[in-house]
Design a protein around this ligand. Structure first.
Ligand code: E4P
Length: 216
C-alpha cells in the first residue's frame, strides 16, 4: 500500500518525507484554506518536496469551469493530479481530461456506484471517504472492500485512495482490504509508528542494561 499525506502543511510533509514514507499528498480546499497562503504557491512547494502525485482540487462545479481549472492546475508541476468532485459534470470533466493525459482523483465517493462510474470515466484515482461514512453510522471500510472487488472484477485501472482516515484502525483495515493507497492526516501519521508496548520495552531493556553496567 502506498502512503499519501492528507495535508497542505509543508512542515508536516517535510517531517514525514524525511523518513522516506511519503508516496504522495492529497489536499482539499479546507486544507489549503487552513494554511492561509496562495493555492498555487502551496501546491508548487509541495510538488517540489514530494516526487509522487499531489492532488489539488478544482473549485468550479460546472464542466467548462472544471476543465479550464484542471488544465491550468496541471501545468503547475509534472506530479500534479487534479481532484474533481463526484458529480455529473465531474464525470464528464474526468472523461475529457483523461483523454488529454491529465491525471485525476475523483473525490467525495460514498458508494460503489460512484466509484465504478468514476473509474469507467477514466479517473486515475478514486477517493472513498471512510470516516465520513462512519460518521453517518454506517461501515466506511465496507466500501473499500467492495470497491476493491468491483475494480478487480472488471480489471479497471483506477487506484483506490482510502480517504477521510481518522484513526490507526482505518489505516490498518485499508491495507487489509487492499486499498492501493491510504491518505493519512499529517497529525495522525506519527501515531502509526507509536505503540505503548514499544516504549515500555525500550525502557525495560535500558533499565536492565544499566543494572548490568553497574554490576560490572
Ligand atoms: C481526501 O482526499 C480528503 O482530503 C480527506 O481525506 C477528507 O477527510 P475528512 O473527512 O477528515 O475531512
Amino acid at each position: 500500500m502506498k502512503f499519501f499525506l492528507d495535508t497542505a502543511n509543508l512542515e508536516e510533509i517535510k517531517k514525514i518525507n524525511a523518513l522516506g514514507l511519503v508516496d504522495g499528498v492529497t489536499t482539499n480546499p479546507t486544507l489549503i484554506a487552513k494554511e492561509g497562503r496562495d493555492f498555487e504557491t502551496v501546491i508548487k512547494e509541495i510538488c517540489q518536496e514530494v516526487s509522487g502525485p499531489v492532488s489539488a482540487e478544482v473549485i468550479s462545479l460546472d464542466y467548462d469551469g472544471m476543465v479550464a481549472e484542471a488544465r491550468k492546475v496541471a501545468q503547475w508541476a509534472e506530479n500534479v493530479v487534479v481532484k474533481i468532485p463526484m458529480t455529473e459534470d465531474g464525470l464528464r470533466a474526468v472523461n475529457t481530461l483523461s483523454k488529454e493525459g491529465i491525471k485525476t482523483n475523483v473525490t467525495l465517493i460514498f458508494s460503489v456506484a460512484q466509484g465504478l462510474l468514476a473509474a469507467k470515466a477514466g479517473a486515475t484515482y478514486i477517493s472513498p471517504f471512510i470516516g465520513r461514512i462512519d460518521d453517518m453510522g454506517e461501515e466506511g471500510m465496507q466500501l473499500i472492500e467492495d470497491l476493491r472487488l468491483v475494480l478487480d472484477n472488471y480489471d479497471l485501472q483506477a487506484e483506490i485512495i482510502a480517504a477521510s482516515i481518522r484513526h490507526i484502525n482505518h489505516f490498518q483495515a485499508s491495507a487489509l482490504a487492499g486499498a492501493d493507497i491510504a491518505t493519512v492526516p499529517g497529525k495522525l501519521f506519527p501515531k502509526l509508528w507509536a505503540h505503548p508496548l514499544t516504549d515500555k520495552g525500550i525502557e525495560s531493556f535500558l533499565a536492565d542494561w544499566d543494572k548490568f553496567q553497574e554490576a560490572l
